[in-house]
Design a protein around this ligand. Structure first.
Ligand SMILES: CC(C)(COP(=O)(O)OP(=O)(O)OC[C@H]1O[C@@H](n2cnc3c(N)ncnc32)[C@H](O)[C@@H]1OP(=O)(O)O)[C@@H](O)C(=O)NCCC(=O)NCCS
Length: 179
C-alpha cells in the first residue's frame, strides 16, 4: 500500500476507530518505538481511550485517516496544552507500518504545528522520543525540533536501559510549509 499525504484526513476519534486502534496499540513493535510500558489493551480500554480523548479539554487529538475508506491509520495530538505558558506536548503514532516512509508523519506533524502556533497561539511545542527511534528523531529534526537533552536510562526494553531524548520547537523556529 502506498498512501500519499494528500490522501490523509485528520478527524476527531470515533468509537468505530477502536477496531484499528486495538490492533495498533497492542503491536509490540509500535509500543517499543513509543516508549512506556503496557500489559496490553482490551477493546474496552480502547473505547475508553477514544471517549477520554474526545472529551478532554486540554488537548487536541486527531485520528489519522485514509480519506475515502476513512480507515484509521493512527493518531496525532497536542497534549497538556497550557494557555498561560503557551506550551503543549506533541505525539504521533502511525500504527499501520505499510504507511511509513510516505511523508505522512511529516505532513501530520506540520499540520499540528500549524494548528498549534497559528490557531492555539502556542509558543513552544515539546516531545520525548526513545533514543532508538531514529526515524522519528530524523523527522522531528527535519521539521525544526531541537534536542534539549537526554534522560539517561529512562526506559527499559529487552534487558537494556534506553535513553529518552527531549526535543522542542519554538514558534519563531517553525517554518510554515510552502503551499
Ligand atoms: C515516526 C513516524 C511518525 C514517522 O512517520 P513517517 O510517515 O514514516 O515519516 P516520513 O515518511 O514523513 O519521514 C520519515 C523520515 O525518516 C527517515 N527514515 C526512515 N527510516 C529511517 C531509519 N531507519 N533511520 C533514520 N531515518 C529513517 C526517512 O528518510 C524520512 O526522512 P527524510 O524525509 O528526511 O528522508 C511513523 O513512522 C510512526 O508513527 N512510527 C511508529 C510510532 C512512532 O515511532 N511514533 C513516534 C514516537 S516519538
Amino acid at each position: 500500500m502506498t498512501i500519499s499525504p494528500e490522501q490523509i484526513v485528520l478527524r476527531r476519534p470515533e468509537p468505530e476507530d477502536a477496531e484499528q486502534l486495538y490492533v495498533y496499540r497492542n503491536d509490540r513493535k509500535i509500543a517499543d518505538l513509543l516508549g512506556g510500558f503496557s500489559i496490553g489493551y482490551t477493546k474496552q480500554d480502547i473505547l475508553d481511550w477514544v471517549e477520554f480523548h474526545r472529551t478532554s479539554k486540554n488537548e487536541v487529538v486527531y485520528v489519522i485517516a485514509e480519506s475515502g475508506a476513512n480507515r484509521c491509520l493512527g493518531h496525532v495530538g497536542l497534549y497538556n496544552i497550557d494557555h498561560r505558558i503557551r506550551t503543549a506536548e506533541f505525539a504521533v503514532s502511525i500504527g499501520d507500518e505499510s504507511a511509513w516512509g510516505c511523508g505522512i508523519g511529516a505532513h501530520v506533524t506540520q499540520t499540528m504545528l500549524a494548528y498549534g502556533f497559528g490557531e492555539l497561539n502556542l509558543h513552544r511545542v515539546c516531545l520525548s522520543v526513545v533514543s532508538t527511534n531514529l526515524r522519528a528523531m530524523r523527522l522531528y529534526e527535519r521539521l525544526g525540533f531541537v534536542k534539549e537533552g537526554e534522560l539517561r536510562d529512562a526506559q527499559f526494553r529487552d534487558h537494556q536501559y534506553i535513553n529518552v531524548v527531549l526535543m522542542s520547537i519554538l514558534e519563531d523556529q517553525w517554518q510554515r510549509p510552502a503551499c
